[in-house]
Design a protein around this ligand. Structure first.
Ligand SMILES: Nc1ncnc2c1ncn2[C@@H]1O[C@H](COP(=O)(O)OP(=O)(O)O)[C@@H](O)[C@H]1O
Ligand SMILES: O=P(O)(O)OC[C@H]1O[C@](O)(COP(=O)(O)O)[C@@H](O)[C@@H]1O
Ligand SMILES: [Mg+2]
Length: 469
């Protein structure tokens, strides 16, 4: 994708005339390895060859505006009514973000009125616009101890103009949208409708996705908590499969278009023999097909553990007429066929026909990985994202998402956040690690596959390291 410097420019509502309550905190701060001052920028690229490819002088290099408190702010805090909405699928840390926003707005900026819109953008429709939650530090004090979102969430389309009417009627001049690709799309439309009416309302996005499929963000919040939970299911299935003759362990994990959860959860336990992700197609039949490889694995090792992202193998399902072409959910997301069930049935049938007696242990943890409480790492991450989102809004930034990029918190214009999807690169080092861990990448020169340590107490793998793709 060709980037122009203008694509990286953050929209400002106007000149910042008000002294920030945090001005003293940043008054003497200069750029250092640990702080990016207001006058500095965060480079988009961090390798010499990436810079070289741009062929630009340093001031032309693509960079992001750094996040953080400013000396001067755009909004007079006494006149601010903030709104918060959480939308799309759940993700660990949503409550942490809400809590961080409310605490920073009230404690640091002394904002008096914060409205929580219920059940995603549905809460901004005419029908629901008055059913809001008054958010105060007391209300949010302990909410980070639970998963989910105290505001509720939803899928499904709403009219941008109707939602702008709601913001005007409720006096909201700063709106925080915590959402994924869909939510950021909706926020972009909302911001455009606000701009078309010439209204002074800031829209700030806090990108959320356990699929980790949003670009320009190192790793989305909640992802770590979700894949840690997913890893526990892989361990369970691995223990079950290894305790059964001809054991087949299958774990299906979320990941509509991106296989990050499957990759990271598999690496976390190193118990998976085969990892299937949407980005790397596979075949069922044939010498190199999945069924033959599963059979080889079971014959060699005694059992096999397969981790499959839900979006993997959709073409395989389509070939078998098991996919409702074009079907979408209320938000327009593609409805997937069930690759987990197909694997369970075809593998079982294939191994039985091959004279084995498979015992299949199949787990689809589904929502159990995304409804968990954020772990300590994600809680810190969420809090810092929330603080920076508040600083961005108070400084009059709009149509902007707050993200962490190469360990720095930065402002990314919303159109960039929805410009494409973050996917596992089949040529990248993450997939290489998965291949290494599943034993499929490196083979001795005599053609033997390398042994891979099995789980404690399980028979050691005897060659035939297998990897998808
Ligand atoms: N392309 C889009 N344009 C405008 N609004 C969208 C778009 N996609 C989704 N939305 C809205 O954003 C909200 C959240 O989207 P959804 O896809 O369900 O979750 P997520 O934000 O997690 O991706 C829904 O209310 C949906 O209607
Ligand atoms: O049943 P739901 O709510 O549609 O959720 C399922 C989907 O939500 C996801 O977690 C992603 O959702 P978001 O785009 O909302 O983050 C996918 O992995 C999964 O396919
Ligand atoms: Mg989405």
């Amino acid at each position: 994708m060709t980037l122009h410097l203008d694509d990286l420019r953050v929209r400002h509502l106007g000149e910042c005339r008000h002294d920030s309550p945090l001005a003293d905190l940043v008054a003497d701060k200069k750029t250092s390895p640990h702080y990016v001052s207001e006058g500095d920028r965060v480079l988009l690229d961090d390798t010499v060859s990436m810079l070289d490819r741009r062929g630009m002088t340093p001031d032309q290099l693509p960079s992001f505006e750094a996040a953080g408190p400013r000396r001067k702010i755009y909004f007079d805090p006494a006149e601010v009514t903030a709104g918060i909405v959480t939308c799309g699928g759940l993700c660990p840390g949503l409550n942490d973000v809400i809590r961080g926003l409310v605490q920073e707005l009230t404690v640091q900026y002394d904002v008096k009125r914060i409205l929580g819109f219920r059940n995603g953008f549905r809460g901004l429709t005419a029908q629901h616009r008055h059913d809001t939650v008054d958010l105060t530090p007391d209300v949010v004090r302990d909410i980070h101890n639970s998963g989910g979102t105290i505001l509720g969430s939803s899928r499904g389309g709403q009219d941008a103009d109707e939602m702008v009417d709601t913001l005007v009627l409720r006096g909201v001049n700063v709106l925080f949208v915590v959402g994924g690709d869909g939510g950021m799309n909706a926020a972009t439309n909302l911001a455009a409708a606000i701009r078309a009416r010439g209204l002074d309302i800031a829209v700030i996005g806090v990108p959320k996705t356990i699929d980790n499929d949003l670009p320009y963000t190192d790793q989305s919040f909640g992802f770590q908590s979700a894949f840690a939970q997913a890893a526990n299911f892989i361990s369970s299935v691995s223990i079950e499969a290894s305790a059964s003759p001809d054991g087949i362990g299958i774990v299906k994990l979320m990941g509509r278009h991106s296989g990050f959860i499957a990759c990271y959860a598999s690496l976390a336990r190193n118990a998976a023999d085969i990892v299937l992700i949407p980005e790397v197609p596979f075949r069922l039949e044939g010498e190199d097909g999945l069924l033959a490889r599963v059979e080889r694995h079971v014959r060699d090792k005694g059992f096999v553990v397969i981790v499959v992202a839900e979006g993997a193998g959709q073409d395989v399902l389509a070939e078998r007429g098991l996919l409702q072409g074009g079907a979408t959910d209320a938000s327009g997301n593609a409805k997937l066929g069930d690759i987990g069930l197909l694997l369970r049935e075809t593998i079982s049938a294939h191994l039985t026909e091959a004279g084995l007696s498979p015992t299949v242990r199949y787990i689809d943890p589904s929502y159990a990985i995304r409804s968990v409480t954020a772990n300590a790492y994600d809680s810190v991450y969420c809090l810092r994202l929330a603080h920076n989102a508040v600083h961005a809004a108070m400084a009059g930034r709009t149509e902007t998402a707050v993200v962490r990029w190469r360990r720095r918190f930065v402002h990314v214009p919303m159109p960039l956040i929805i410009s494409h999807r973050n996917e596992v690169d089949p040529d990248g080092d993450l997939w290489m690690s998965v291949q290494e861990a599943t034993g499929g990448l490196v083979a001795p020169s005599d053609g033997r596959k390398l042994d891979r340590p099995g789980i404690p107490g399980a028979p050691r793998q005897r060659g035939a390291g297998v990897v998808a793709g």
